[in-house]
Ligand binder design. Structure first.
Ligand SMILES: [Zn+2]
Length: 354
């Protein structure tokens, strides 16, 4: 790209891509800082430049549509299948050589640069669709892009964890309507990953088995929370769901991350993704706002016990009603659910798939 960022095209039939970025080279924002919340020992990335980012532009000014005529977007070519490029407003950036995460964390500690990588994944050139409505081939291409980026980002010496995700819907703060997701490669383990890693390790030490394998075994026994299944994947509402509609999608043969998926499992993913998202949208017959998050094992530890899964959470309780994270959830991290997971699973199973 003109300003030095990198763009990658993922195509299913070998097009050559050479369109030049004709925009003037903007200055790149400086790297932010990472501050440690001493009370919880959790990192907070502070990226003050993100205030200026594009907020819900009209379709004709969409920066994620292909370039047409004089409308120069983030994608120089006039068409694309899937693209991944460096985020123009990154919360985390590639640090100077030799950057390390401070080990001793105290009040006297120096403030480290917010090291990491933030990328944007455009799922399709079609502005008016959604991930769940993409063709099988298109979802497969997106999956391949996630796999490729996980592989490459995992090789950077400052990266500890790679997190592909999608935010969908204005209700949860999406600032661009174009179907897209993001990838964060963190230079530290996120609080949720640290917790999941500790649980997986504790379980393995106690039982000698992989935690997620046993969770899936229980779902297969109980059946009541399963909402979709094929030869390679299972989708279920977790036993202790935190959100009105929460779905976990996991490969039946556990793997640490996307790169370790078999070709057969990767090929079977679009089918289950279609079904899960159709069931979610079918509950109230409206496009559901959701967060779809790929939980992967960290890059350098825990790969023997942590297993890949795709977590979809929606804060919508009913048409016109959202679940807000209020006192108990926000201040204490203690979730209160007013619906049984078995009930939301039944509602999603009852949806007739067209
Ligand atoms: Zn667009």
């Amino acid at each position: 790209m003109a300003d030095g960022r990198k763009i990658r095209y993922y195509d299913s039939h070998g097009q050559s891509r050479s369109a030049a970025d004709r925009r003037p080279a903007d200055d790149q924002p400086a790297i932010g800082e990472m501050r440690l919340d001493l009370l919880t020992n959790e990192w907070v990335a502070i990226a003050a430049h993100r205030q200026g980012r594009t907020f819900l532009p009209p379709k004709e000014l969409c920066p994620l549509c292909p370039t047409t005529g004089e409308m120069l977007s983030e994608i120089p070519d006039s068409d694309y299948e899937v693209v991944v490029f460096d985020n123009r407003f990154p919360s985390l950036k590639s640090p100077d050589k030799g950057w390390t995460l401070p080990e001793e964390n105290g009040i006297e500690t120096e403030i480290p640069a917010a090291a990491g990588i933030c990328e944007v994944v455009c799922f399709t050139s079609d502005h008016g669709t959604s991930f769940g409505e993409l063709s099988t081939r298109q979802i497969r291409t997106v999956l391949e892009a996630w796999r490729d980026r996980t592989r490459e980002l995992s090789q950077l010496d400052f990266v500890q964890q790679v997190f592909p995700f999608e935010n969908r819907g204005e209700e949860i703060g999406v600032t661009l309507a174009h179907p897209h997701g993001q990838i964060y490669a963190y230079s530290y383990l996120t609080p949720r990953t640290e917790k999941m890693l500790a649980s997986a390790r504790r379980y393995f030490a106690r039982h000698g088995r992989i935690l997620l394998d046993d969770v899936i075994k229980r779902e297969l026994q109980d059946q009541v929370r399963i909402i979709a299944q094929n030869d390679h994947w299972i989708a279920y509402v977790p036993f202790a769901a935190r959100y009105p509609f929460e779905i976990h999608v996991a490969p039946l043969v556990g793997v640490p991350d996307l790169t370790a998926l078999s070709t057969a499992a990767a090929d079977a993913f679009p089918e289950i993704a279609h079904e899960v998202l159709a069931r979610l949208d079918g509950v109230f017959n409206i496009p559901m706002a959701y967060i779809a998050a790929w939980h992967q094992a960290p890059v350098r530890e825990g790969r023997d016990v942590m297993r890949l899964h795709w977590q979809i959470t929606s804060i919508r309780r009913a048409p016109g009603k959202l679940k807000y994270l209020a006192g108990s959830e926000s201040a204490m991290g203690a979730f209160i659910m007013d619906m049984k997971p078995e009930q939301s699973a039944a509602q999603m199973r009852e949806v007739t798939i067209k």
